[in-house]
Design a binder for this molecule. Structure first.
Ligand code: FMN
Length: 149
């Protein structure tokens, strides 16, 4: 069983719905998943989870939702190298935003890579403008993630 911290950045709730669905899938596979919409850096550094899972939308012009901005800047300013930390990212966006498509998730992925954390699987970007079912995409992605755990 892996201990997973699932950090959520959301404005209108899409990322929260995705994260809750993912939490159910991972819990059903026997993992312990703590979903957090107001994450703090210190407890994560004191007791690092087996997997840091970020599920965040994009707002403004490629910006992170307000609820996860403080955590992002704590991480950026303190800059704790975490070569043992595995992570995975789901980014939500809308391809009609062109240049800033999925930038919320990409900002997290880039920062975690700079901190030398290890990607467990390739990131998933969910496009609100696509006809594909985001829950089905999330379910398929979770199968890859479960194999990597
Ligand atoms: C005001 C606003 C700005 C947005 N800006 C972007 C953006 O820059 N890039 C992007 O990919 N999606 C952008 N989106 C699309 C959202 O990321 C997308 O609809 C997502 O599913 C919202 O998830 P949430 O409800 O968890 O916030 C924007 C949406 C809104 C309403």
């Amino acid at each position: 069983m892996a201990r997973i911290e699932l950090l959520v950045g959301t404005v209108y709730g899409n990322a929260q719905d995705t994260a809750e669905y993912l939490q159910e899938l991972l819990q059903a596979a026997g993992h312990q998943v703590n979903l957090d919409t107001d994450p703090q850096l210190e407890p994560l550094l004191t007791a690092p989870p087996d997997l840091l899972l970020v599920c965040t939308s994009t707002t403004g012009q490629g910006d992170l939702p307000d609820n996860i901005v403080p955590f992002f800047y704590q991480l950026k300013e303190r800059f704790p190298l975490m070569p043992q930390q595995r992570f995975a990212v789901i980014g939500l966006g809308d391809a009609s935003y062109d240049d800033t498509f999925g930038m919320g998730g990409k900002q997290f992925e880039e920062l975690l890579l700079e901190l030398q954390a290890q990607p467990a699987v390739a990131s998933l970007t969910l496009d609100a403008a696509s006809a594909e079912d985001p829950f089905e995409q999330t379910r398929r992605w979770s199968e890859q993630l479960l194999q990597a755990l």
